[in-house]
Design a protein around this ligand. Sequence first.
Ligand code: ADE
Length: 227
Amino acid sequence: MKIDIISVVPELLDSPFAHSIMKRAKDKGLLEVKVINLRDHTNYPRAQVDDYAFGGGAGMVMMIEPLVNAIESLQKETTYDEVIYLTPDGETFNQRMANQLSLKNNLLIICGHYKGIDQRVRDHFITKEISIGDYVLSGGELGAAVLVDAIGRLIPGVLNDETSALTDSFQDDLLAPPVYTRPEEFRGWKVPDVLLSGNHKLIEEWRMEEALKRTEEKRPDLLDENY
Ligand code: ADE
């Protein structure tokens, strides 16, 4: 999968994909992430990419021309399955969306800043608007990092058996059950006997019960939606 990201602060995205699972995905050739500096696509003096909002009011708006220049020059090279704009008024990101997007070949993500991007870009170029939660970030870059991480780890071959996404929270609309590792006892706090029993059927049943219990306690809304 190829993911291109348009940003005015590309440095913010130097680190998130350079380590751990995202690095492995890139090293294996399963994920290619390219960050494009919007300022390389403006013809305005001093690399200007934003301007005052028509109608007045506080805050700057990202101008249409640099964004369209950047999008169209990328579209000459690549046909994107989705052109995504990260914005607090988008559809809230969740695991289902991550699953769907992980099946695509090419994604373009546009990171907003200031008061957002000129509405005409949204009207004519954006195919999907995504929020990562009901709060406002100073820009879309951290949201882009969240998206790429959540999507990238689902690409077939990125995770191995030990890190398989199948047992993640949300994959079956349940939160994941508790997990334990060595030692079996610490300060008198013991690992549940069933996990040491070697009985895989009992262990699976215990995990399902615990996942349901945890979901009922912490996120009953997930059960209402899906059961
Ligand atoms: N940009 C600013 N806030 C955001 C949010 N909550 N989600 C995605 N992009 C954003």
